[in-house]
Design a protein. Structure first.
Length: 385
């Protein structure tokens, strides 16, 4: 048995915490810092997500995890001018594809990503390490690190930043177990592969799924595989833009994720991009400022802005969002009612993938047809707990 002792479990009062394997050696090494129990849950779920997403798309992938669900996940598509501005990346800063993937994953929901654990599909390079250094984060897992990148990361958090190296050839055993209240549960590891082959059959009148939507649907599906259920995910431009996790009601998942997706689009409007931030405002304070601005919570505007700003009205937000289209959406199980489709339509969803199998599938399909959406029902459920 190979075993790694931890400081404590989920909470400080839960002592005797450790991770172990019965046979062989652990597939990860601690290169810096000291990983905690929740850190490792995030790291191992995140690694599975990015490695499966890399295999599905062929693109460098990154994930930002918090409390065992992804705040964001993405592939390494180059950032355009607006995306650089909304993610606080200067035009002069060169980004590798892996760095771009993490900027997108972190940028999906920057408020939720605060203090995240990062997962990278490829060797961490200097470009990615510099991006990580600028963010508030607990740690990172990757298959390897360049010497320059490792040196940068070791300096983060006063030298305590957790850096994990994972053996990329490691395969999970067929059976996995967990203990709850002294009772052991056993099941097969969820080895379903979520690649292009699962984007069929299309059940709507509209049939065409463009290449960019294929990538977005695969990002959303692979994200949901490692998100606490019930879960729904919106995606655009190779990244998640709204993850609704851990809700008992599916429509609440769709609303929660849709609200986050709407905020992602609103962050790109001119009023937000032109906000008069105070000169020395930190990146994290800018995140808070944008959040307060979009929520209309401007009582303390002096903490963030050099001059008073007027909030966007409900009518202005509605006008901006009315031009949104081409968004992809995935659900970890079937939609029981058409209300999910109605809510998705308000956030510009054009492409959907779900398992199907509801007694009301016909009504859900009719709703998609009414909105001229494309929907796949692939019979794959992705519950994760």
């Amino acid at each position: 048995m190979d075993r790694l002792e931890l400081k404590y479990g989920c909470n400080p009062n839960q002592k005797q915490a450790a991770i172990s394997v019965e046979e062989g050696t652990l597939p990860l090494k601690v290169l810096n810092g000291k990983a905690g129990y929740i850190n490792l849950l995030d790291a191992l779920n995140g690694w599975q997500l990015v490695s499966s997403l890399k295999k599905a798309t062929g693109l460098a992938s990154a994930a930002s995890f918090k409390h065992v669900s992804p705040a964001g996940a993405a592939v390494g598509l180059a950032l355009d001018e607006v995306e650089r501005s909304m993610y606080f990346i200067s035009e002069s800063q060169k980004l590798s594809s892996l760095a771009a993937a993490y900027v997108r994953a972190r940028g999906a929901d920057r408020m939720s990503s605060f203090g995240d654990f990062i997962s990278l599909s490829d060797e961490c390079d200097l470009s990615t390490a510099k991006i990580i250094k600028a963010e508030v984060s607990d740690g990172v897992i990757a298959p390897s690190y360049t010497p320059e990148a490792l040196e940068v990361l070791k300096q983060k958090k006063g030298g305590t930043f957790t850096v994990l190296a994972i053996d990329s050839t490691w395969q999970a055993p067929l059976l996995e177990t967990r203990s709850v209240f002294g009772i052991t549960f056993t099941q097969e590891h969820n080895s379903v592969v979520l690649d292009r082959s699962v984007l069929e059959p299309v059940v709507t009148h509209e049939q065409a799924i463009p290449e960019e939507a294929v990538i977005d649907l695969l990002v959303a599906l692979n994200t949901l595989k490692y998100t606490q259920s019930n879960s729904v995910c919106y995606a655009k431009r190779g990244q998640t833009i709204g993850v609704g996790a851990g809700q008992q009601s599916r429509i609440n998942c769709t609303r929660l994720a849709g609200d986050k997706a709407d905020l992602w689009h609103l962050r790109q409007c001119k009023a937000v991009l032109d906000l008069p931030f105070l000169p020395k405002l930190s990146r994290n304070d800018k995140d808070n400022a944008v959040e307060h601005y979009l929520q209309g919570e401007l009582e303390g505007w002096q903490r963030y802005f050099s001059e008073e700003v007027s909030p966007l009205s409900a009518e202005q937000k509605k006008e901006i969002l009315s031009h949104v289209s081409g968004v992809s959406l995935a659900s970890d199980a079937f939609f029981p009612f058409r209300d999910n489709i109605d809510r998705a339509a308000r956030s510009g969803v054009s492409y959907i993938v779900q398992s199907g199998g509801s007694l009301r599938d016909e009504l859900v399909i009719e709703a998609c047809d009414a909105y001229k959406m494309v929907m796949v029902c692939n019979s794959i459920r992705l519950f994760h707990h």
